[in-house]
Write a protein that binds this ligand. Sequence first.
Ligand SMILES: Nc1ncnc2c1ncn2[C@@H]1O[C@H](COP(=O)(O)OP(=O)(O)O)[C@@H](O)[C@H]1O
Ligand SMILES: [Mg+2]
Length: 236
Amino acid sequence: MLLEVSDLKVCYGDIHAVEGVSLSIGEGELISVIGANGAGKSSLLNCVMGIVPSRGGKVIFCGRDITSLPVHERAREGIRIVPERARVFPRLTVYENLLAGCFGMKDKISFPEKLSWIYGLFPVLEERKSQLGSTLSGGEQQMLAISRALISDPKLLLVDEVSMGLMPVLVDKVFEVMEMLNREHGLTILLVEQNALASLGISSRSYVLETGKIVLEGASGDLLKDPKVQEAYLGL
Ligand SMILES: Nc1ncnc2c1ncn2[C@@H]1O[C@H](COP(=O)(O)OP(=O)(O)O)[C@@H](O)[C@H]1O
Ligand SMILES: [Mg+2]
């Protein structure tokens, strides 16, 4: 397994946001964690990245216990996050945002090569390369946030609600990109989403998170047919 999370707990004071979550993802997999607003999806993902501390449990990455490593060291090992609401550096240009994505990597990557690959994926970023992050539309910021994470050639990409706040046409586009990155480039992706239909549609396996606990897991195709999932998450 590339990533193994066992019995992970996250608290904010008295609030138990994640209450003993275990999940795993193998190299080359695309899996999703679906859950309603407030279920603990961001807390879980941020804890795997090291942005919020754990109150218990373990995070094992490439066979190594990284539970107590700081964010930059996890990034160095090859974990990257596309944060919720596509946070990009507002006062840096598109180009500088992408450059920032390469800092502190263990393995040398060819920035110009990666940059032309990114510009090929999202031509609009090349058109806007000298524009400040703050001047991009929501959809463009989302593409920039994804690209900034991709440019370092991560081993594991954590994606927090990539569809949030986007127009439906852009939602389709970013999910297509996720699927393509997984299929064609073998990128391992862990998605967390409220958009259950779209994320079950592109992932092979999924977990259902409710108030900090995994209540259901299985092949995404089976979950799509599960009456409980249909009622609670697909509005059927
Ligand atoms: N920084 C914080 N301080 C206090 N409570 C928080 C903080 N972040 C999240 N929470 C609480 O933790 C729970 C899980 O939140 P979150 O992980 O953001 O869920 P999701 O991403 O699924 O919407 C919620 O009850 C939320 O209010
Ligand atoms: Mg969230």
